[in-house]
Design a binder for this molecule. Sequence first.
Ligand SMILES: Cc1ncc(COP(=O)(O)O)c(C=O)c1O
Length: 394
Amino acid sequence: MDHDDSFKLDTRLTRVGRDSPAYQGAVNTPVVRTSTVLYPDVASYEASDTDDYKVLRYGLHGTPTTFALEEAVAQLEGGHAAVALPSGLAAIVAAISAFVKSGDHLLVADTAYGPTRTFCERRLRSYGVDIEYYDPLIAGAIAALIRPNTAAVFCETPGSLTFEMQDIPAIAAAAHEKNIPVLADNTWGTPYFFKSFQHGVDVSIHAGTKYIAGHSDTLVGLIVTTQRYWLTVRKTVADYGYCVSPDDCYLALRGLRTIGVRMRQQQHSALKIARWLQARPEVLRVLYPALDDDPGHALWRRDFSGAAALFGVILKPATWTSVGAMIDALKLFGIGASWGGYESLAIRYDPTRLRTATKWNPGGPVIRLHIGLEDADDLIADLERGLAKLVITG
Ligand SMILES: Cc1ncc(COP(=O)(O)O)c(C=O)c1O
């Protein structure tokens, strides 16, 4: 299928990564399961072993289903190429590993996803990598932290759990001045709402598990890169033997087709619910860059074309037990890990132990809400029922 970039994003979403003539007219690229790929002769088998990971040669390095997903995500985000991995965390691990070696210095946003920090602490430190967490609001002042052995800058905007926006173009300008690549976890922004490469990111990482797959039924990760860093990243993924099943790629690609309508609808409900929460007497602050009065709103408005339906709520001081009782009382919000599916979720959390470069003093307990495709008024009624269980202490 032709990939005319002049089409609008929603049109391109319906077309990227499809090649129906190759599959006798089937609309969707089918699940192609294979480990071994057969060749007609020795010469063509040996010729298949190239550095270009975009040809079918062995199932480990992708099948036509994998390639379709990779191509679709790379095109939507505006990168050179993408590689699929078995989870978002695997994508983070592989992307960072592609750039750091023993003796290097790595700058990581203090608000990075918890398991990203765990990987840095439990694995990278033991390999001799010096990790420094930086204030996510640092912007261009990151230049002062860059050392001769700094190998990469890792960003995540907005921050996991606390939702601070990062000035990615300013960080990228400082890093590029020293020829250092910028890696960013773009799971919240998605390739649909944040065009990483237009903002200076060199390596964009996605937990496709969230909005790309969108139905809480599969785990998949993706790394999208510029041309310059493509083989650095792709060879690392091959060296670690990472491989994702074509069934999971099929589900992610199928989910991707509807990411636009899902995210627009979920954002609409999330804003309505976030504004309703702001007016509630039990609430101190809502952490959501899409809200006009959020400290990150100007950056979000400048750089993003929309928001994920995931935000935090700082409650007035209340007993931790009653925060649990509040969440337990919700009928429509599920209690569980992850987000980005079609269903609403709620958890309570304390990010204090995950912050080392900055202080996290919210002033009250915090919950995280993911807003799904349920009717927003039903969700509001559900939250009202939950809030009645809170025991406010201050
Ligand atoms: C921001 C962010 N990045 C990465 C991940 C990891 O994704 P996965 O669960 O697919 O490993 C998550 C999961 O919650 C996440 O929230």
